[in-house]
Design a protein around this ligand. Structure first.
Ligand code: FAD
Ligand code: FES
Ligand code: FES
Length: 1350
């Protein structure tokens, strides 16, 4: 045994030395629980979100230089940072020692909303800047970094943000790039449009190259990073520094029978999550053989522990050589492909060997295995003392690598290509790699990948292309490992390439690339193989002359999936702000934005754990309807610090098993005898740490029994059969419009009983559900909760515990993303912690892991829609009848509002007559809750889908059908009888025509047609969509208090969930207090602080939902300020008379002395006539689809949105862009799939794909319309939180238009004339869905047609 050493490292310059460490501890766990640096956030725990990114700096004693790289702290094991310096966002800069320009620019570009993703974004960018400054690129002008625009955008390609829509974050990043055109940077608080470049630059928070870059503490240089042996009570960590040491460790392990884990960077834990049960961890990074690089004539050998980033660097190094030999070109292609593996903060630590080992042992869908296989790579294995070189192909086919076997290195052979072959005109080597994945860059596994290495020559006689030899490898499609398609290779070799040969090859390929049973999207994956093969060979048939560069080709008319994906081009933001109510209406920076960027902003889980704190995790049902006989925990964990379980049996006498309540009903906190849906809370495990609680809950064994129970209701059809419905209060059920039979009678055409279905969507707030409950004296309890409705939690917990409401205090400062998911769904989380704390008399907290959160959440309401519609020849609709079955899940939650919301949104068009029957079905699924635009998103989409089908039936341009069915003010009155407003307030007609101009709609429509005519494998579509959104205000309390120094505190019922509520409230407080008209009130906004919501201070806080809480909170503080101004006025007038003028501070001091009451509170209750209103907007989106992969690129979106007189246009802009991108996720990307029992299968970042920076509109233009005075609105403002989400339907409709063009073309290959446009495009229209509509077999069809034509 080696002598025990200590673990030494630094965090933000502070030295840490640990003598005992559990080797399974991650860096994130350590930082969050043992240090004050809470800027590293836990968003997923699987490497998929970037919220936890840190910069690691490591001294290389041989090169005497420091390496800096970003890494995910949730996967990095603490023991692996021995000798390293860690920098978090607080370490880059902070409010005490000075913020970094990154923080300031992020804030100034309005790039932080809830702020939960922001520190991770800042560190990702920081890492890129630090490394750019180290390059020997030419110096850039002062103020800029050496980073390029592309690098700056890519810096955050793996970081998720659910709030902003990325555009402003990208702008903040690009503002550092030396090659940026300042004109391309979007709206910000530094400069105004039209100012010159120098002025703009001078206004930006100054950045100096090497600006306070990483400070590497000198003491770390003395630490030998590779020598480490650490042990906790049960587990040990070893860092062997030679092969011999490693072998000795294996030998001693055989004697002791320990469970060992070989570790390089532990990133595979993000996928396999098996990090807990090992006795020995062996870190391979110190073994020199695993880190070497050897290059010679025979090829390149890469040590298995080399990181992917380093390997990319090494492979690209060769490009600077004198000749670009075919081999070098291949290496560069391999490197290019590897840049699409994971994200930079994963690639920076993830090893090549680790990737190949999980591909070999665990069937991981690796990219690296596929591309290395195509180039005939070899691997060196050590088993015991035996060393052997084998082909990668053989390695992959062998039984899983044993625990004592080590992959030492990988060799890419030069295949004799390292000579410059360009002079050899006889034969060429062509190499290409492919991957089709939901995101081009940002962290997504491929549906299938492929790599082809082919030797071709020109046939002397025909001039055609001869295939001399080829290696075709495919992987990740639901196969055990990457494979070579040898049958296809044989078929092609020695042949003169022709459509007929390619047709045979494709047919053979399709027959063999068959995913294993159980693989999702199997047909799609096979079709990709055909698509890639075709993409590679087809240009050679068409124009062999183009094969000149020796390794690839370009053909502008061909789809080329793997060209470098362009990210964003400049967007245009037009903000029509008013200054009538200064500072209301000013686009001021979001309150607390710099604190969010530096990570100092405190979220619920950042509150330090009180002494004695315990942690909870849910055991939830895996069955939709079952009796729970027993729950057993793993006995060894009980000894280890698991304290037991809390369940319905622990509800105190006088209390109630209640988990949440709304006006429609209650939901139990824990299932009693019977679990009623998958995800139903059965019990709450309590342990000493969150990790232990999670492990215990995860490994609990639940004994179910379904005897004598009915079959669960798992579909809306089942619910109808069993009449299982929730009641909708009559006052909430919407009204029919007009006479349906008359409308139908007026129709020239009808579509009868057409069905469509809509699925769910998960909130994906970056901060999962969390709460902390602390017992207090006299049976009282304080609960900190991340909640959109603390008042409801407060009342629920009182009932649950059987104590008066005045024993409870709920505190919510900020919420790391809500989107409706932190409303009702947050209540049981707070109640569970409260119940456990109440029972155990100890503080109890919980931070739900992402998987549990996703399984329990419920999300958006799925529904089935059946409609009949009547319409005239010109597209004018005369009648619409709908039956809608809403799947509400097991408890009512807020589902009774769904009919109202759905119909409210459907009424965006004038349907002539509208009639409906909407049932809210009770099923054995987790209860669905409000999600941003609940019901409205679906209603609006249903309307668009109907319009699309009417247009298709009539073969009319869908845009003209939309236009003809838009409301007049007269029809608006009929459809929205309580909120139609004045004629001048109906701004949609003008928005509708106005948007055509900036979007250049007519011309672009023509260009799209032109594009589609000349492009075979890509098609475009463009679509314009309107929104009419019904909003209503709710009573909201407010309180404003002035302190003796003139500073002000405002409290409101509304919660800051990232939507900028605090900022607007601050502005309103300053505006309303300035009515006192004394000196110094113009700067009052800086004296106002909005503070956390406290249910004891602010009763009747209500819900933060429905987009209107900001304006109602503003109105509440305005009323408070009016009271204060009235109280201060007499004193002010008296003092003014005496002194001539009076300063704000003097007035307040005098008011204190004269006992004027300087705290006022009120409950704002909107009047019946002003409670509801309509809001309007429109969007034009253009997309491009790739016919071979189904990939959709969002080329451009233009939005015009009516904000009345915006309270803060910068905040509203953020809401519009963020909502649109969230909608884009719903319509195009996010599949919230479940199995037949309702168990969520999309349970993490691996399989639930929200948009990333590479999947948003490339050009994103937003105009906020100032529609002037609206008497009944709060200072004429209108809401922006939800309606723009509905506009993302424009992307879906544009995709449908593009598919329509593709189908037309495909039909023409079958010699069938006439468009086929009557199809329904599912939501979300993911790549597989798009491809299925185009035709999985289009390659075969095309080739057959070509062969036939010849
Ligand atoms: C978010 C995310 C996204 C990803 N996306 C992709 C992707 O798009 N495409 C893709 O191909 N990959 C992807 N990966 C996989 C990634 O490449 C691997 O996780 C990584 O390369 C593993 O390297 P590591 O050093 O972290 O290995 P570790 O996690 O340390 O080890 C992985 C496994 O291999 C064993 N092991 C490691 N090295 C050796 C060795 N030399 N000899 C014997 N056993 C060894 C370990 O015991 C362990 O079982 C992704 C990973 C993450 C976390
Ligand atoms: S928490 Fe580490 S990447 Fe998501
Ligand atoms: S600001 Fe990015 S997740 Fe909220």
């Amino acid at each position: 045994m080696p002598t025990q050493t200590s673990l030494v490292f630094a965090v933000n310059g502070e030295r840490f030395e640990l003598f005992k460490v559990d080797p399974s501890t991650t860096l994130l766990e350590f930082l969050r629980s043992q240090t004050t640096f809470k800027s590293v956030k836990l968003g997923c725990g699987e490497g998929g979100c970037g919220a936890c990114v840190v910069l690691i700096s490591k001294y290389d004693p041989i090169l005497d230089r420091i390496e800096d790289f970003t890494a995910s702290s949730c996967l990095t094991l603490l023991c692996s940072i021995h000798g390293c310096s860690i920098t978090t966002s607080e370490g880059i800069g902070n409010s005490k020692d000075g913020l970094h320009p990154i923080h300031k620019r992020v804030a100034g570009f309005h790039a932080s909303q809830c702020g939960f993703c922001t520190p991770g974004m800042c560190v990702s960018l920081f890492g890129t800047l630090v490394n750019a400054e180290k390059t020997n690129r030419l110096d850039t002008p002062p103020g800029f970094s050496k980073v390029t625009v592309t690098e700056a955008e890519k810096a955050i390609a793996g970081n998720l943000c659910r709030c902003t829509g990325y555009r402003p974050i990208a702008d903040a990043c690009k503002s550092f790039a030396g090659d940026v055109d300042m004109e391309d940077l979007g709206f910000n608080s530094f400069w105004r449009k039209g100012e010159n470049k120098d002025l703009k630059l001078s206004r930006l928070p100054q950045y100096e190259q090497n600006h306070k870059n990483v400070i590497f503490p000198m003491f770390l240089k003395e630490i030998k990073p590779d020598v480490l042996f650490l042990a906790s009570d049960k587990r040990s960590w070893h860092s062997p520094s030679s092969i011999m040491e490693l072998q000795r460790l294996f030998e001693s392990n055989q004697v002791n029978g320990n469970r060992i884990k070989l570790i390089v960077s532990n990133t595979a834990m993000g996928y396999y999550k098996d990090n807990y049960d090992y006795d020995r961890y062996i870190d391979l990074r110190g073994v020199p053989e695993l880190s070497k690089i050897r290059k010679d004539q025979t090829g390149i050998e890469i040590g298995a522990a080399m990181t992917i980033s380093k390997a990319i660097e090494v492979l690209k190094e060769e490009i600077s050589g004198e000749f670009l030999s075919d081999f070098v070109r291949i290496l560069v292609k391999i490197a290019d492909h590897m840049e699409k593996v994971a994200s930079s903060f994963i690639r920076n630590t993830a090893s090549i060997g680790g990737n190949l080992v999980i591909a070999q042992k665990n069937n991981f869908p690796s990219d690296i295995a596929t591309i290395f296989l195509a180039v005939d790579s070899m691997v060196q294995i050590m088993s015991g003392t035996k060393l052997e070189w084998i082909a990668l192909e053989e390695f992959l086919e062998r039984p899983p690598l044993s625990l004592e076997s080590v992959l030492l290195s990988i060799k890419i052979p030069s295949l004799g290509l390292n000579k410059n072959n360009s002079s050899d005109q006889k034969s060429k080597f062509l190499f290409e790699t492919y991957r089709a994945s939901p995101r081009p860059l940002g962290n997504a596994l491929p549906y299938l990948n492929a790599a082809f290495l082919v030797k071709v020559s020109q046939c002397k006689d025909s001039g055609g292309t001869m295939i001399d030899s080829c290696r075709l490898s495919f992987g990740a499609y639901g196969t055990k490992h990457a494979i070579r398609e040898k049958n296809v290779e044989q078929l092609l070799e020695g042949k003169l390439l022709s459509f007929s040969i390619l047709h045979d090859a494709v047919n053979l390929l399709i027959a063999t690339i068959v995913p294993e049973s159980g693989t999702t999207k199997a047909g799609y994956r096979s079709s990709l193989a055909a698509g890639f093969l075709f993409k590679f060979f087809n240009p050679m048939i068409d124009s062999p002359a183009k094969i000149t560069n020796g390794y690839g080709y370009t053909n502008p008319n061909q789809a080329h999936h793997d060209e470098i994906p362009t990210l964003l081009s400049s967007g245009n933001q037009v903000l029509e702000a008013g200054n009538e109510y200064h500072p209301v209406g000013e686009p001021i920076m979001k309150s607390g934005a710099t604190l969010q960027a530096s990570g100092e902003a405190v979220f619920t889980d950042d509150i330090p754990s009180p002494n004695n704190c315990l942690y909870g995790a849910y055991i939830y049902s895996a069955k939709p309807l079952a009796r729970v006989r027993s729950i057993e925990l793993r006995p060894d964990l009980l000894l280890d610090g698991v304290r037991g379980v809390i369940s319905s049996k622990d509800i105190p006498i006088g209390g109630e098993n209640i988990g949440s309540k709304t006006i429609f009903g209650i939901e139990p906190l824990f299932a009693e005898e019977i679990a009623r849906c998958v995800g139903d809370r059965l019990a709450f495990v309590i342990a000493d740490t969150q990790k232990l609680a999670d492990v215990a809950a995860n490994s609990a064994v639940v004994d179910y029994d379904t005897e004598d129970l009915d079959q669960p209701i798992l579909s809306v059809e089942d619910a109808v059969e069993k009449s299982s419905f929730f009641e909708v209060p009559p006052f909430l059920y919407p009204k029919h419009v007009g006479d349906l039979s008359k409308g139908m009678a007026e129709a020239d055409h009808k579509i009868i009983s057409k069905e469509m279905k809509l699925g769910s969507q998960y909130y994906f707030y970056m901060e999962t559900q969390t709460a902390l409950a602390v017992p207090d004296e006299d049976n009282c309890i304080i609960i900190y909760s991340s909640s959109q409705c603390p008042e409801y939690s407060h009342a629920t917990i009182a009932r649950c515990l059987g104590i008066p409401e005045n024993n409870i205090r709920m505190i919510t400062r900020r919420v790391g993303g809500g989107f409706g998911g932190k409303a009702i769904k947050s209540i049981p989380v707070a109640a569970s912690c409260a119940l456990a704390a109440h029972k155990l008399r100890r503080p109890v907290r919980m931070y739900l892991n992402r998987k549990a959160d996703m399984i329990i959440a419920g999300g958006r309401h799925p529904m089935k829609i059946t409609y009949s519609v009547g319409f005239r020849n010109d597209g004018k609709i005369t009648a619409l009848e709908l039956q809608i079955l809403v799947n509400a899940g097991i408890y009512v939650d807020i589902s009774a509002i769904m009919p109202h919301n759905i119909v409210g949104a459907i009424k965006k068009y004038d349907w002539g007559a509208l009639s409906f029957d909407i049932k809210v079905c009770r099923t054995n699924h987790p209860s669905r809750s409000a999600m941003r635009g609940p019901g409205e998103v679906q209603g609006s989409y249903i309307a668009e889908a109907i319009i699309e089908n009417v247009a298709a039936m009539l073969s009319l341009d869908v845009d003209s059908v939309r236009s003809i069915n838009l409301h007049t003010h007269e029809s608006l009155k009929l459809f929205h009888e309580y909120c139609f407003g004045e004629p001048h307030e109906y701004t949609l007609p003008s928005i509708w025509s106005k948007i055509a101009a900036p979007a250049n709609y007519d011309q672009r429509t023509k260009m799209v047609k032109e594009f589609n005519k000349i492009n075979t494998w890509r098609k475009r579509g463009i679509s314009r969509v309107p929104v009419v959104f019904q909003l209503s205000l709710r009573p909201t309390p407010g309180k404003v208090s002035i302190f003796s120094d003139g500073s002000v505190v405002a409290e409101v019922g509304g919660i800051e969930i990232g939507q900028g509520l605090w900022t607007k409230v601050k502005q309103m407080t300053a505006f309303a207090l300035s009515a006192i008209q004394c000196d110094g009130t113009e700067g009052l906004v800086d004296k106002v602080r909005v503070v956390q919501s406290d249910t004891v201070s602010m009763v009747q806080g209500g819900f933060t939902a429905g987009s209107t809480t900001s304006e109602s909170s503003c109105e509440a503080v305005r009323l408070c300020c009016n009271i204060l101004v009235e109280r201060l006025k007499p004193l002010k007038e008296r003092l003014q008379k005496e002194m001539g003028s009076i300063k704000w501070e003097t007035l307040i001091l005098q008011a204190y002395m004269q006992a004027v009451n300087l705290s006022a509170s009120t409950l704002y209750v909107p009047g019946m006539d002003s409670m509801m209103y309509l809001n309007y907007g429109a969007a034009v989106s253009e997309v491009e689809i790739d016919l071979l992969t189904g990939e959709t690129r969002f080329l451009q979106t233009d939005i015009i949105y009516d904000c009345g007189q915006s309270l803060n246009p910068a905040v509203d802009l953020g809401q519009i862009e963020g909502a649109f991108v969230q909608g884009l996720g719903f319509f195009m990307l996010e599949e919230y799939e479940t199995n037949a029992d309702g168990l969520v299968l999309a349970d993490g970042t691996w399989n639930y794909k929200i948009p990333t920076i590479d999947t948003i509109p490339k050009q994103f233009n937003v105009q906020i319309l100032n529609s002037g005075h609206h008497q009944k609105r709060v200072l004429s403002s209108k809401a922006s939180g939800e309606p723009p989400l509905l506009l993302a339907a424009s992307v879906h409709c544009a995709t449908r238009a593009a598919i329509k063009e593709a189908r037309k073309q495909v039909l023409s290959w079958s010699n069938f004339v006439g468009p086929d446009s009557t199809f329904d495009l599912e939501v979300p229209a993911t790549m597989p869905v798009v491809k299925e509509h185009i035709g999985l077999d289009i390659v075969q069809r095309y080739l057959k047609w070509k062969v036939g034509n010849k």
